[in-house]
Design a protein around this ligand. Structure first.
Ligand code: ATP
Ligand code: MG
Length: 400
């Protein structure tokens, strides 16, 4: 397959790369593609979408709109996705005429927890014991060993939405009803010591490169802090996590950037004895919030690698040149004192050495809404940690 080179083509056309979805991940893809000399097109119905605001072209239609898809195909040499819930059929339509990465069938697996879990099993990578619940019969057949558990809708969940924790069969029954009896997956509740993720990029020729595993702290089901430094995980787990992520990507014949999220189980727990210390949670068929540190701490960011895999440019192993901590900036920070919006103390935060602020251009702050992130880098981990804690304190983020 030929590379789609940046700049002007022989016919005098600007080479354009497209992205389905206009959220912050699309925005950072657009930044990376433009920095390399591509034009960009974004399809997102929202006129104020973060990526649409910074793209050369913004096609404002629904994801399945025929005209919108036709415009994307007309404009773009290749098209990627940034939003898990862009319907796979839209990618399938685009894929008939244009290079689409990741492909629709790989995205379809990531969009459905039941298919996703079946893929983990196929790859021989341990995941939480689970049962698919799509009928009253399957509900009745659930093994007691899966309780207490978490009932998750098979499709369309994010940031802990579409999930209910259940302790008993009675709670499970009412939780399924509360989720409108849509197809769900019940997972055994596991004793977590930590969570981590690995981001890989896989090219059309099968080359796979990876970032080091990220140590992730979630609060209320939403990523709060990511820490990446030498020794953030025991070496054996680091290797296991990378191997599992590569196996999952290769098993999907995946092209693009893929994030694999893992649970690290409490040492000595019966779950850890049964499943091993590392259990895969889920995959995201795109760059991931836990990889935003790569923008400032690595020689290639996850978005650079998304551009490279999409355009079939060479993939080389990225190198992290600095320990890094990322703080997610949720809408709550703007709503701290009362219900009147206030501006977080950016001047104080940016006075701290090694801080890089990125805001996504969202007009309205809402609780739990991802408004931006702050990366902290530096020569020494102790200094990075000190700065991150100071910044968190200034912003009203609880210490970690
Ligand atoms: P994302 O925004 O990452 O897509 P999501 O809505 O898909 O989130 P999950 O990743 O499935 O949700 O779960 C959110 C968080 O809930 C996890 O990061 C973890 O902290 C906790 N969690 C989920 N499943 C389990 C489990 N089986 N056992 C223990 N904790 C769990
Ligand atoms: Mg998750």
């Amino acid at each position: 397959m030929k590379a789609i080179l940046p700049g002007t083509s022989a016919s005098g056309q600007q080479t354009t790369l497209g992205v389905m979805g206009g959220g912050q991940l699309g925005r950072m893809f657009v930044h990376a593609a433009q920095a390399m000399g591509y034009f960009t097109a974004v399809l997102d119905p929202d006129p104020a979408s973060p990526a649409g605001l910074v793209s050369h072209f913004h096609i404002q239609t629904g994801y399945m709109d025929e005209q919108g898809l036709a415009q994307m195909m007309q404009r773009c040499a290749a098209i990627t996705t940034e939003f898990e819930n862009v319907p796979a059929p839209a990618l399938r339509t685009l894929g008939v005429q244009r290079l689409v990465a990741p492909r629709a069938d790989a995205v379809a697996v990531a969009q459905d927890r039941a298919l996703e879990k079946a893929h983990f099993v196929r790859c021989g990578v341990p995941c939480a014991p689970y049962a698919v619940i799509a009928s009253a019969e399957q509900l009745r057949a659930v093994r007691d060993a899966l309780l207490p558990g978490i009932l998750k809708t098979a499709r369309l969940g994010y940031d802990g939405k579409g999930q209910i924790r259940v302790n008993s069969r009675a709670e499970l029954t009412s939780a399924w009803a509360q989720l409108k009896s849509v197809p769900c997956v019940l997972e055994q509740m596991l004793p977590l010591a930590n969570e981590c993720s690995v981001i890989v990029a896989r090219g059309a020729d099968g080359t796979v490169v990876n970032f080091p595993p990220q140590l992730n702290l979630h609060r209320d089901g939403i990523l709060a802090v990511t820490q990446v430094f030498e020794g953030n995980l025991p070496a054996t787990l680091t290797q296991k996590a990378v191997d599992a992520a590569v196996a999952i990507a290769t098993g999907l014949d995946y092209i693009g950037v893929l994030c694999v999220e893992f649970f690290i189980l409490q040492a000595g727990s019966s779950a850890a004895r049964e499943l091993g210390a590392l259990v895969v949670n889920e995959i995201a068929p795109r760059p991931h919030n836990s990889g935003h540190y790569t923008l400032d701490a690595c020689d290639q960011s996850q978005f650079d690698l998304q551009v490279r895999t999409l355009a079939n440019l060479p993939l080389v192993q990225p190198r992290q040149h600095s320990p890094a901590i990322m703080l997610n900036l949720l809408g709550d920070l703007w709503l701290r004192s009362s219900d009147t919006a206030l501006t977080p103390p950016w001047s104080e935060v940016l006075a701290l050495p090694g801080t890089t602020l990125q805001l996504y251009g969202k007009l309205e702050a809402r609780p739990g809404r991802k408004m931006g992130h702050l990366n902290i880098t530096g020569a020494q981990l102790a200094q990075v940690r000190g700065t991150a804690l100071r910044a968190a304190d200034l912003l009203g983020i609880a210490p970690f």
